[in-house]
Ligand binder design. Structure first.
Ligand SMILES: [Mg+2]
Length: 373
């Protein structure tokens, strides 16, 4: 058996500076300290700590496989310590995403989100990690469709014989907790029929059809459905593998040359135009947004993120680039248009989605005043 490498991105909103805005340095420092210890003790091979808005993101590379209890416990313990710090600083919504008090072997269903991918390393394995804030679990549906199924986005679908067999999408029905695998190009229309409703159907995995090579994995948890009430935005992460018979990094980034709409934004209750940003702008401001996405590129090499001689991982901050200025401009323009509509749909999410928010409590007092019409 060839040796396998696992990439894990586990994230949590443990508390934020000045509202739901940004992860402050003392919290990032706890992530850094905990993962450094874990690297020394050999639990993980190396790591990178960053933030997507108010979400603390732990990117870890190791050899323990997906859903490994030690890796998930490491993340859980890190978030717990970070929550203590957040509480002592009276940061906003400290521990918001930690829905349970005791760890039970996995972070899944406990609040934090996890995107994980176990791979057999190819000769060279470029990886892109995306992480969004103020966005729901279906936020990757549109770009993953463009990247792996749309020949007008990904030239390789037309030009590269290695991609000729297409790609398979695993789609999760978050309401019924069921999943289905749909193959493109043959079932492209069916795929769109499902994932065009990102509040219900989310793409959780993508494989190359001809050999089942894993090429994308996203975190798909819907916090509101776990808790049965509104507890925060899902703010998903996604791992995408690139090049050599897979979409090129440039094809993976091409969908983000324009903004597109995601559910989330203020109070998890509004459509918002996604803004791809570099890490320096990974913070949500106007109306708690607009929803932001960061994208990090790196190479996996011999079980680690490829790093310099001093051990510093080589990370490329992909959206920190003028090539995405237009998308950012569009995001601002569209944000202004939507906000002009206030609390009228389609600026606000549909009634069905709003059921999981606090709006029910507001309407409760009118209940008895409704008469037959
Ligand atoms: Mg968040």
């Amino acid at each position: 058996m060839a040796k396998k490498t696992t990439i894990s991105v586990i994230k949590c909103d443990v508390g934020s500076l000045a509202g739901h805005h940004v992860v402050p340095k003392p919290i990032l420092d706890i992530g850094e300290k905990r993962l450094k210890e874990a690297q020394k003790s050999g639990i993980i091979n190396n790591y990178y700590v960053f933030n997507a808005g108010d979400d603390l993101e732990l990117l870890m590379v190791h050899g323990r496989g997906e859903d490994n209890p030690e890796i998930h416990k490491l993340a859980w313990d890190t978030f717990s310590e970070a929550t203590k710090k957040a509480t002592s600083l009276k940061l906003y919504a400290a521990g918001m995403d930690l829905l349970k008090t005791a760890f039970s072997g996995t972070v899944r269903g406990m609040g934090p989100g996890a995107a994980e991918m176990e791979i057999e390393e190819r000769q060279s394995d470029p990886i892109v990690v995306f992480a969004a804030d103020k966005a729901s679990g279906g936020a990757f549906n549109y770009p993953l469709f463009r990247i792996f199924a749309d020949p007008s986005n990904t030239a390789g679908l037309v030009i590269d014989p290695a991609m000729a067999g297409g790609f398979k999408f695993e789609v999760l029905d978050v309401k019924e907790n069921k999943k289905v695998v749909v193959k493109c190009p043959e079932e492209m229309y069916e795929l769109i029929a499902l994932i065009g409703s990102p509040d219900r159907y989310t793409v959780s995995r993508v494989w190359r059809a001809k050999d089942n090579l894993i090429c994308a994995s996203s975190s798909t948890t819907r916090l509101s459905l776990i808790a049965g009430k509104y507890v925060g935005k899902d703010d998903p992460a996604c791992i995408v593998r690139a090049q050599h018979g897979l979409p090129a990094v440039g094809e993976i980034l091409a969908p983000f040359m324009h903004s597109y709409f995601v559910e989330g934004w203020m109070r998890g209750s509004h459509w918002g135009p996604l803004m791809p940003v570099g890490l320096k702008n990974s913070r949500c401001t106007a109306f708690d947004g607009p929803p932001r996405m960061v994208g990090l590129g790196f190479q996996v090499a011999n079980g680690e993120i490829a790093h310099g001689d001093d051990g510093t991982p080589l990370i490329s901050d992909l959206f920190d680039d003028p090539a995405f200025d237009l998308a950012r401009r569009e995001s601002v323009d569209q944000a202004v248009t939507l906000r002009r509509m206030g609390e009228f749909e389609p600026a606000r999410l549909s009634t069905e989605v709003m059921e999981y928010t606090t709006i029910d409590k507001v309407l409760e007092k009118l209940k008895d005043r409704f008469k037959p019409a």
